[in-house]
Design a protein around this ligand. Structure first.
Ligand code: FAD
Length: 160
């Protein structure tokens, strides 16, 4: 099986889009990620998966804290900025949640402390204990088949 087939198959799993944020020595770093999952309710744990080449890897290893910002449908540009898909440097302002930098307008901001780290292949899984959450009622940004999408309001109503 080649890499392309694997990527294509994994891209068939529709997800939301997050920006992971952390801070080290007063410098905020953000990275777009969709490898995010809820792990446990008691205790409240989540997992993120960070590639070995990502700058974010060393930063979370050092800070031992991160926030997951679940993006709204209006935040595709932020996703593109923090994925390096928009190259020019932008000035982004951050709010604070339990001391961690978070993105205003995210549909959920989840502040976490790293409680476990697993290196698996070319990615590192960080298990985060959730220490604070902030919610914002909005439609999510979605990612499917390598493209950004959004839920239409008709689809949301139909599922109720
Ligand atoms: P960089 O590439 O240096 O930073 C990313 C971008 O964010 C740069 O353009 C930088 O200028 C900008 N930036 C960072 N901090 C700030 C700041 N404070 N102010 C302004 N701009 C800032 N990779 C994974 O490892 N795991 C995943 O789950 C994952 N999911 C993805 C999902 C999607 C939908 C997409 C599009 C990409 C995903 N990626 C994932 C890839 C990942 O987002 C990119 O490889 C990213 O560029 C890696 O970031 P980096 O930490 O190496 O930092």
């Amino acid at each position: 099986m080649d890499d392309r087939k694997f990527r294509t198959a994994m891209g068939k799993f529709a997800t939301g889009v997050t920006v992971i944020t952390t801070e080290i020595a007063g410098e905020v770093h953000g990275m777009t990620a969709n490898a995010f999952m809820s792990v446990s309710l008691d205790p409240k744990l989540v997992v993120i998966s960070i590639g070995e080449k990502a700058q974010m890897l060393d930063k979370i290893k050092k800070s031992k804290k991160f926030a997951v910002n679940i993006l709204s449908a209006e935040q595709q540009e932020l996703s593109m900025i923090f994925a390096g898909q928009i190259k020019e440097q932008r000035e982004i302002s951050f709010e604070r949640l339990d001391g961690l930098p978070v993105l205003s307008g995210a549909i959920a901001q989840v502040a976490c402390e790293v409680v476990n780290v697993h290196i698996e292949g070319d990615h590192t899984l960080f298990i985060g204990k959730v220490i604070e959450i902030e919610l914002n009622e909005k439609e999510p940004l979605m990612f499917f088949n390598g493209r950004y999408r959004s839920l239409s309001s008709e689809e949301v109503l139909a599922s109720k």
